[in-house]
Design a protein. Structure first.
Length: 541
């Protein structure tokens, strides 16, 4: 069985009940924001800043995302999903002469840096087929450039609806353009480099592309039904860190975006990395404002202060949001430590080229940690008691166990792995044999983590439990086509379980927390408590 290494532990591919549950990768970041070019509302994976530059245009002064991605890779990041969001951006058009008429094409990707060109020829077209033509489409690096980034060739197109090769229909499969407006009555003219020359030429796209206006919170949030903005990330297979850089260099992300993003992260087993507000220019100001700051979430983390880095476009050092650098730091730590121990003994140290935008004393660092805010440093601190990263759960109504980032990430890592690793249940018969195989599979997965020290407790009974039988899969559940697995893990104290119920249906899978009686739970009373204190409410769903 093929294996690979993620977060310092070995994992194996899984394809069903006969395989071990695969441990989901960690340290994969997602970025949502404005880019110079590239597809809109489509998450694409990049593994280097060079790859990001090729697809999304690299550094661009109006794009805070481009700098955050650069800092992510500079500070240790290794994979990121990028969602480009635009506000009123307009794609360029291509105009192909067709006698006295024209065939007008419009690019799929908006912006002033989408450089396309097209060529029409009649090679292989018989004289008896006056409606047919061949079309070559190319994206080039810059206007007038011969450096081709992407090319498409469509043969034997037609302007006649009855032809079976109608250009408007065939170009629906293009990754570059669509037909815009009515079709001409005759095929487009052959493209030539010079009048009377037999050499085929190209027609460049018009200079009518537009980059749009600065982003708003509405653009970032997007639409769940249309899979835009944040919700475009539903198509991303695996990410567990979410970065939303400031809307502009002067405007922070709004509270509404933070709240929806945190809820989205909860559903996707991810952590939102929040930039400290731009007004927190000193630690004392941050500590004062934190008393009234309205956003708290166990699925969010903040690293203070912002970072100073060289702006290679302006040729001077500038201050940027810290989310990209912080995501890179977490990803870098994941290469050495498993998520349940990440950075427990390490300071949040920036790599050379990045430095904190303000000085934080050890006393301020301790107070910030108590408020749920972590401190970035450029050198090691002599103070060790504030080094374990916190979440923004401080002051929230959630579990106090989630105030530490390592504990919260462990829970997200476990729930994501089990939810995805037991999806095979939907393809088996809903009954005792399937439930038993799932229980054994989840127990094996949790036991492997327990042996590596992930959970509290000196024996399995104190560290975790799994229930997958008629108690969670009642006749009504089976009749509805659902399969459920209930499991719990001890995060901080033996037999003090956090529990989740995974429900698999044909429409998708969900994972929601449940709450056993934490004060009296023991190995001997566990099943009774699960049955009486949890399942009566669960089964009423």
């Amino acid at each position: 069985m093929a294996e690979r290494r993620v977060s310092g532990v070995e994992i194996a591919g899984q394809g069903g009940a006969e395989h071990a549950i695969e441990r989901v990768p960690t340290g994969v970041a997602a970025f949502v924001g404005r880019c110079l070019k590239g597809p809109v509302n489509k998450p694409l994976s990049v593994t280097t800043f060079s790859e990001f530059s090729q697809i999304f245009g690299g550094l661009w002064q109006p794009s805070t995302l481009s700098y955050a991605v650069e800092q992510f890779f500079e500070n240790g990041g290794r994979e990121a999903f990028i969602v480009r969001v635009a506000n009123g951006a307009r794609p360029p058009t291509l105009t192909l002469p067709a006698g006295s008429e024209q065939l007008k094409l419009i690019a799929l990707q908006p912006g002033s840096r989408e450089f396309l060109r097209a060529s029409v020829d009649y090679d292989g077209i018989a004289d008896s087929e006056p409606d047919r033509f061949n079309l070559v489409l190319q994206r080039v690096r810059a206007a007038g450039s011969e450096l081709i980034e992407e090319q498409e060739i469509f043969r034997r197109l037609s302007v006649l609806p009855e032809s079976g090769r109608l250009v408007a229909d065939i170009l629906m499969d293009s990754r570059l353009v669509r037909v815009s407006g009515p079709l001409p009555t005759r095929r487009p003219d052959r493209s030539v480099r010079n009048p009377g020359s037999p050499i085929v030429g190209y027609i460049n796209s018009n200079a009518d592309g537009d980059d749009g206006a600065p982003l708003t919170d509405y653009d970032i949030i997007g639409s769940a039904s249309e899979a835009t903005g944040l919700f475009a990330l539903r198509a991303a297979p695996n990410f567990n860190l979410l970065c939303i850089p400031p809307l502009t260099r002067e405007q922070d992300v709004g509270l509404s975006t933070l709240m929806i993003a945190a809820r989205f992260c909860r559903d996707r087993h991810a952590m939102l990395i929040v930039d400290p507000p731009s007004t927190w220019q000193t630690a004392s100001r941050a500590l004062t404002d934190l008393r009234e700051w309205p956003f708290r979430s166990e699925n969010a983390v903040m690293y203070y202060p912002r970072v100073v880095a060289l702006d290679r476009l302006r040729g001077r050092h500038e201050t940027f949001g810290s989310c990209g650098a912080a995501a890179g730091l977490i990803a870098r730590t994941d290469e050495t430590w498993p998520v349940w121990a990440a950075a427990e003994g390490e300071d949040s140290i920036l790599r050379p080229g990045l430095r904190p935008a303000s000085v934080v004393s050890d006393a301020e660092r301790t107070r910030l940690a108590q408020a749920g805010v972590n401190t970035l440093t450029a050198v090691r601190s002599n103070q060790r008691n504030a080094s374990s990263p916190r979440t923004l759960a401080a002051g929230s109504s959630g579990s106090p166990d989630w105030k530490y980032l390592s504990a919260r990430r462990l829970s997200l890592f476990v729930t994501a792995s089990i939810e995805r690793g037991t999806h095979w249940m939907l393809f088996d018969k809903n009954g005792d044999p399937t439930w038993e195989r799932a229980r054994q599979q989840v127990e094996t997965f949790l036991d492997s983590l327990d042996q590596q020290g992930a959970f509290a407790g000196s024996n399995p009974e104190e560290s975790y439990f799994v229930i997958c039988d008629e108690r969670v899969n009642a006749p009504r559940t089976v009749a509805e086509g659902k399969m459920k697995v209930l499991f719990g893990i001890a995060i901080t104290k033996p037999s003090d379980f956090h529990a989740w119920l995974i429900t698999h249906t044909a429409n998708g899978s969900t994972c929601r927390p449940t709450w056993p009686n934490r004060a009296t739970t023991s190995g001997r009373r566990l099943e009774w408590e699960i049955e009486t204190a949890i399942l009566r409410g669960v089964l009423l769903d």
